[in-house]
Design a protein around this ligand. Structure first.
Ligand code: FEO
Length: 389
């Protein structure tokens, strides 16, 4: 059913689909509130459609398209991003509407061939930075946004209504009906896990956007932002890799509960000092939620057991994710555990090498199996160092 509440205006109609029972978005991110695949019809002398949907929801999307068109025929399909969650309907549209022109950039059309097995370049309009496409009263200006988060990504800006179609930028998890009240909660998890590696590219795009008056941002996932300024401002903080809030994220990878006990004790010491603490048991909690808070707060504690002379695997996984997403500009504390030959502190320190502007605090807390009087004193010293950092 077409969600009229998501229409941007009388001429820009929402035809996106709601995916309520998707288990993992991009095969790795839990989406308990589902997902949207956003798409719009712009009705004017010419009719443009922006993007399509995931194969899981093409029937719903096509039904919405036909309802919004009310018998009209689309002239253009604008491809902002070729990832399959948005591009599964391209061939269906091309077949159904033989006069339809596909609008993309030079990198779009090879991807259409690679993903969909058909060369649509002969039906294509290849646009470059700043080029315009007039629909009548509405005009789309194309803004290249490479590597946010794929190379072919572009935004388009409709100047009459001042609407920015922003591809995956400014998107979030959750269907429209099940959006968190606080957009930043899932918007942040989406950003750091999906876009986070590309801070420099986001900065470049924000610079271009600063010249445009934007009334609304329409991303490919999640709600339209009718108050874009705070969201743009937050993207600035995130893409500069600045901490957003003061607080300590504690990420723990332990086997039998003793490392987790030390992590909890540290958390309680910090909480008693009035410091915001978020604790993740990496063996059970979602990695993408942990990543979100690693980036949100200014301080991080890594707590891990030694395993086979190295790190318990989920801590390797976290450090890998942090590296992949360019984690930087933070203060880090370390808790290691090892019953006969503690190695995890050394391995975590090595894992952080090469990350920009990371300060590792002293002391490193060493557990030899379980918390002892000596390691409790180290935890207290680490808590004091974190409080002062
Ligand atoms: Fe929503 Fe990068 O696809």
């Amino acid at each position: 059913m077409r969600l009229r509440s998501m229409d941007i205006s009388e001429d820009i109609l929402y035809i996106g689909a709601q995916d309520e029972d998707l288990d993992l978005f991009e095969s790795q991110y839990p989406v308990p509130n589902g997902m949207t695949y956003n798409s719009y019809v712009i009705l004017d002398e010419k009719v443009a459609v922006t993007d399509t949907a995931d194969a899981r929801k093409l029937d719903e999307w096509m039904e919405n398209l036909e309802e919004a068109l009310s018998g009209r025929t689309p002239d253009y399909l604008i491809i902002h991003h070729m990832e399959p969650d948005h591009s599964a309907g391209i061939l269906m549209m091309a077949e159904k509407y033989p006069e339809l022109k596909i609008v993309g950039n030079a990198k779009t059309f090879p991807m259409i061939t690679a993903f969909l097995g058909e060369d649509l370049a002969g039906r294509g309009i290849v646009v470059k930075e700043g080029e315009e496409l007039s629909l009548g009263r509405h005009t789309l200006t194309f803004v290249m946004a490479p590597m946010i988060h794929w190379p072919e990504v572009m935004f388009s800006y409709e100047k009459t209504e001042q609407v920015l179609f922003s591809a995956d930028a400014f998107g979030s998890f959750g269907t429209i009906e099940k959006q968190e009240e606080d957009w930043y909660c899932e918007g942040r998890r989406y950003y750091f896990n999906i876009v986070g590696k590309y801070g420099a590219q986001v900065q470049a795009a924000l610079k271009k956007l600063s010249a445009l008056p934007v009334r609304a941002i329409a991303p490919l996932h999640g709600p339209v932002h009718f108050e874009p300024a705070p969201v743009i401002e937050r993207y600035g903080v995130w893409s500069r890799y600045e901490p957003e809030d003061r607080g300590v994220t504690i990420c723990c990878a332990g086997v039998h509960g003793n490392t987790l006990e030390a992590a909890r004790m540290l958390g309680e010491m910090l909480t008693a000092e009035g410091i915001k603490v978020k604790l993740f048991d990496l063996t059970r909690d979602d990695m993408s939620e942990a990543m979100e808070d690693c980036f949100r707060y200014d301080r991080l504690v890594l707590a891990a057991t030694t395993y086979d002379g190295d790190l318990f695997p989920v801590m390797h996984d976290l450090i890998y994710h942090l590296k992949m997403k360019n984690y930087q500009n933070r203060t880090v504390g370390i808790i290691e555990n090892g019953s006969w030959a503690p190695q995890s502190g050394k391995k975590m320190r090595e894992g952080l090498e090469g990350l920009k502007n990371i300060t590792v605090l002293e002391p490193v807390v060493t557990l030899k199996s379980a918390v002892s009087a000596q390691s409790q004193a180290q935890l207290e010293a680490l808590a004091a160092a974190l409080a002062q950092a």
